[in-house]
Design a binder for this molecule. Sequence first.
Ligand SMILES: [Zn+2]
Length: 142
Amino acid sequence: MLEITSLKDGIVIDHIKAGNGLKIFNLLNLESLEDEVALILGASSSAMGKKDIIKIENHTDLNLDAVAIIDPSATVNIIKDEKVVEKKSLELPEEIEDILVCQNPKCVSTSERSVKSKFELLHNEEKSYRCVYCGHIYDVEE
Ligand SMILES: [Zn+2]
């Protein structure tokens, strides 16, 4: 396997379904991180065919809910001294605060800056969320 950067300390989000890597990268706003971030698209995987991987230098306080929303089957590895010290499993959060933006332009969470967006999980398999303010259904798959 092609090893693009080996990480001494940091976080590796592995087994991301091919195509979801960029979505996670964008949702987590990783381009604004000061730390070094590697986004690897279409890496070959014996189990999955193709997968995406995100590597982040340093132990940034990562919003794992955002990762779970996009791809709950991804795995998150915490690396210390080049070894995996912890694996975190992801679950779709029951509630999401301040990550998704309501698509309803009239929603109070989009018009009032002081109101944080808040969604509750409506349907697990369809990964749909409902805005608690206006009832708008947010379909993550789209
Ligand atoms: Zn709303």
